[in-house]
Ligand binder design. Structure first.
Ligand SMILES: [Zn+2]
Length: 176
């Protein structure tokens, strides 16, 4: 069982004790699913997307054809467009920073015969992140039609909540 499927109280205790990086490594590799960790603080919203490459690209090895090479380039371009993937209320005054994308395949180092993941980290600097009630993932779901499920974990000053979005659901709630 993955840690974050346990009760929120237990999870809170783990978050106090364990660094977040350790948590991220626990997640499962399920084709068609992605994981999104959202953290809201007084001045920013951070979004950590962790996905099997199959969920984004449909394959997890080095591209073998021009079409597959184009798909990899298109993925790179799509992932760079934070505002197109994650929509937030304009009233929060958020500006997206350049994302950090980690993937052996995008770096040309995919190993044949192995599953491969991608991690993309987004940071929105916001004047008033507290006004945000939801984050709209319709852009993400439209860009990547293979995503069927998003496992979301949200941490805000008001507490933590987790939710599972199943297509066509695409709204991440930031409050209970
Ligand atoms: Zn895989």
């Amino acid at each position: 069982m993955r840690r974050w499927q346990l009760g929120p109280g237990w999870l809170g205790a783990v978050l106090l004790m364990a660094p977040l990086a350790g948590q991220a490594q626990q997640s499962a590799h399920v084709h068609g699913a992605v994981r999104l960790d959202v953290a809201v603080d007084a001045a920013s919203v951070s979004l950590q997307l962790e996905a099997p490459l199959d969920s984004l690209l449909g394959f997890e090895r080095a591209p073998r054809s021009d079409a597959e090479r184009r798909a990899v380039e298109a993925l790179r371009v799509q992932l760079a467009q934070a505002a197109a993937l994650f929509a937030v209320d304009a009233g929060a005054g958020c500006v997206a920073q350049a994302p950090v994308i980690k993937s052996a395949l995008l770096d040309g180092a995919a190993k044949a015969g192995e599953h491969a993941d991608l991690e993309a980290s987004y940071l929105l600097r916001c004047r008033q992140p507290g006004v945000l009630k939801v984050i709209d993932l319709n852009g993400l779901m439209t860009a990547f039609s293979r995503i069927q499920r998003v496992e979301v974990q949200v941490a805000t000053p008001g507490g933590q909540l987790k939710q599972t979005l199943k297509r066509p659901q695409a709204m991440v709630r930031l409050t209970r």
